[in-house]
Write a new protein. Structure first.
Length: 282
C-alpha cells in the first residue's frame, strides 16, 4: 500500500510544512489547512521552500514546478474531502488536538485514515473522541522532517492491524524508517529524549558543567549527532516543558521539570525560535 494519492495536513507550521513536503516528494497531492489566509499563505511558502531545497540538493528527480503543482493550501476543513489520509499537526494540547481531529473526521470518507503527529499525548485517549478509532494512529515525525530518517508509528488500543501495516509502508515510501510502539506516555523517543535532556538541565543548574561541555560529552562520547541541550533549543523549551509536565503527571516525579527550564520559558528563552535558550542563536 503506497502513500494515498491525496493527503491532508492540518497545520502548516514547521512540523506540518515538513510533513506536507515529505508526502509531496513521495508523489501525493497535498492540501494543508490553516486557521486563516495569512497562516495558509505562510504554510505554502514554507513547503515550497522545502521543495525547492530538495530540487537543489538533487534528492528528488522531479522539477519544482511538478512538485508545487501537487500542493495546495486552504482555510476550509471541507477541502480534506477525498483524502486517503489526513495528518493532524496542531500544537501539543490534548483538547485542541481532540477537537481538531473530530472536525477533520467529519469531512472524511469512511475508508480514510487519520493520524496525529503528537509527540507524547495518548493516542488511545485521542481515539476515544473519534467515531472510527480503528482508523486512527500516531505518526510522530521528527524535526526537521526533510532531514530526519525516523517516524514513530504509535498504535492505539483500537488501531487496526490494517492501519498498522499501511503506516509502516507509508513511512518506507517517504524514505524513512518506521519504529512501531504501543501507546504509552512519551512513546519511546520523547520519553528517552526528555529524560536525558532533563538530567542535562539539572547538571547545568547544579553547576556540574557548561551546556557546551555537557552536549560535547554526549556527541563525542555516545555519538549523538546533537547534544540534549542543543536538541532542546531546536525543539523549543516550551515544547519540552509541556511534554515533561505531561510525563510527570502520567509517569511520576522523575520527569518533573527542573526550575531552570521553567525560568527560561517564563523569560521567553524558548531556544532557536527566539534566539536564545541554553545556547545563543542570535
Amino acid at each position: 500500500m503506497t502513500v494515498p494519492s491525496k493527503v491532508g495536513v492540518l497545520g502548516g507550521g514547521r512540523m506540518g510544512a515538513g510533513i506536507a513536503h515529505a508526502f509531496c516528494t513521495a508523489g501525493a497531492s497535498v492540501v494543508v489547512v490553516e486557521r486563516d489566509e495569512q497562516a495558509a499563505n505562510a504554510a505554502y511558502e514554507r513547503v515550497a521552500s522545502n521543495l525547492a531545497k530538495s530540487v537543489e540538493r538533487g534528492t528528488t528527480d522531479e522539477s519544482l514546478d511538478a512538485l508545487v503543482a501537487r500542493l495546495s493550501v486552504s482555510t476550509d476543513y471541507a477541502d480534506f474531502a477525498g483524502s486517503g489520509l489526513v495528518v493532524e499537526a496542531v500544537p501539543e494540547d490534548f483538547d485542541l488536538k481532540a477537537s481538531a481531529l473530530q472536525a477533520v473526521e467529519e469531512q472524511l470518507d469512511a475508508d480514510a485514515w487519520l493520524a496525529s503527529n503528537t509527540s507524547s499525548l495518548s493516542v488511545s485517549e485521542l481515539a476515544e473522541k473519534l467515531q472510527r478509532p480503528e482508523r486512527f494512529c500516531g505518526l510522530h515525525f521528527f524535526n526537521p522532517v526533510p532531514a530526519s530518517t525516523l517516524i514513530e508509528v504509535v498504535l492505539g488500543k483500537q488501531t487496526s492491524d490494517e492501519l498498522a501495516e499501511a503506516a509502516r509502508t507509508w513511512v518506507a515510501d517517504l524514505g524513512k524508517t518506521p519504529v512501531v510502539v504501543n501507546d504509552a506516555p512519551g512513546f519511546a523517543s520523547s520519553r528517552l529524549g526528555v529524560a536525558i535532556a532533563l538530567e542535562a538541565m539539572r547538571m547545568v543548574e547544579e553547576g556540574v558543567a557548561s551546556a557546551e561541555d555537557i552536549d560535547a560529552a554526549m556527541v563525542l562520547g555516545y555519538k549523538h549527532p546533537t547534544g540534549p541541550l542543543k536538541t532542546t533549543d531546536i525543539v523549543g523549551l516550551d515544547v519540552r516543558l509541556g511534554i515533561a509536565e505531561y510525563l510527570a503527571a502520567t509517569l511520576g516525579p522523575r520527569f518533573e521539570p527542573p526550575q531552570i527550564l521553567r525560568d527560561k520559558v517564563a523569560r521567553g528563552e524558548l531556544g532557536r525560535k527566539t534566539g536564545k535558550g541554553f545556547f545563543d542563536w542570535s
